[in-house]
Design a binder for this molecule. Structure first.
Ligand SMILES: NC(=O)c1ccc[n+]([C@@H]2O[C@H](COP(=O)([O-])OP(=O)(O)OC[C@H]3O[C@@H](n4cnc5c(N)ncnc54)[C@H](OP(=O)(O)O)[C@@H]3O)[C@@H](O)[C@H]2O)c1
Length: 244
């Protein structure tokens, strides 16, 4: 095991999760990468070098969640990055319910179950990062389940931050704004608002090193925009976000 300890990253085959995995390995962590696409995970392992490991798991299913929780309980892990997440786009009432429920499972049930498994064994100095979103603060019409799930993740992380403080375990809700990844082309967003996964992770790891929390925005512009949007009457903010 490396001096930095062991880190498990969910959704490590792409985007922000992959950037976490590479940055953590570079920082001396022994990384366990979790996702569904084995070819991607194997490619990541080749890039990280020896000593790291991966688990193929679908985290929207009970089997995938329990297999990952089992790995966490075998630890000892000093860092869990609950990053895997997805969204259904469109009007809620005309979206198939199963699709919404699968997102709810992945974004909420998985985060809760893995947090529980991690915290059961976490030692003082350990850290839990739950990847939320600025949309958890400012819900966007057309992304109802996603926005609500991220409000859950942020709120859940904030209370855990307080509860875990006395035992020396740091909990953070990381709230990225628009980040250019596979699931977010960001084509329709002004470029000054768009971050790369590497930028998000650099900010997250700096915040982690300083034990900042309970909520960390991935950038000043996102933080400012979120603050301004929250100052507006709720209906006005929804109309603005809904018309984008
Ligand atoms: N991109 C943004 O603008 C943005 C903004 C705010 C917050 N976020 C949050 O940041 C996190 C990462 O987003 P991203 O944009 O980097 O995503 P991404 O590029 O689409 O990658 C998603 C990752 O999650 C994994 N994943 C998806 N469904 C899964 C499942 N059922 N089981 C296991 N793994 C699964 C994917 O791997 P496999 O497909 O191989 O399983 C992939 O590694 C998410 O929680 C997202 O909500 C993103």
């Amino acid at each position: 095991m490396s001096t930095a300890g062991m880190a498990l990253v969910t959704g490590a085959s792409a985007g922000i999760g992959r950037a976490f995995a590479t940055a953590l390995a570079a920082a001396g962590y022994t990384v366990t990468a979790v996702a569904r696409r084995e070819d991607r995970l194997a490619g990541l392992m080749a890039e990280l070098g020896p000593g790291h490991d991966y688990l193929v798991a679908d985290l929207s299913t009970p089997d995938g969640i329990s297999a990952t929780a089992e790995v966490l309980s075998r630890g000892p892990y000093s860092l869990l990055v609950n990053n895997a997440g997805a969204a259904v786009h469109g009007n809620f009432a005309s979206t198939p319910l199963d699709a919404s429920l699968a997102v709810l499972d992945l974004n909420c049930r998985t985060v809760v179950t893995l947090a529980h498994a991690f915290l059961a064994h976490a030692d003082s100095g350990a850290a839990l990062v739950n990847v939320s979103s600025t949309l958890g603060h400012t819900p966007k019409p057309g992304l109802s389940i996603y926005s609500a799930s991220k409000a859950f993740v942020t709120s859940f992380s904030e209370t855990l931050w307080h509860e875990q403080k006395p035992r020396g375990v740091h909990v953070m809700a990381l709230c990225p704004g628009v980040t250019a990844t596979e699931s977010q082309s960001a084509d329709d967003v002004p470029s000054w608002l768009v971050q790369t996964p590497a930028e998000v992770v650099t900010r997250a790891l700096a915040a982690l090193a300083d034990r900042r929390g309970p909520t960390v925005m991935s950038g000043r512009r996102n933080a400012l925009l979120t603050t301004v949007t929250r100052l507006l009457p709720r209906g006005t903010a929804l109309s603005l976000l809904g018309s984008e």
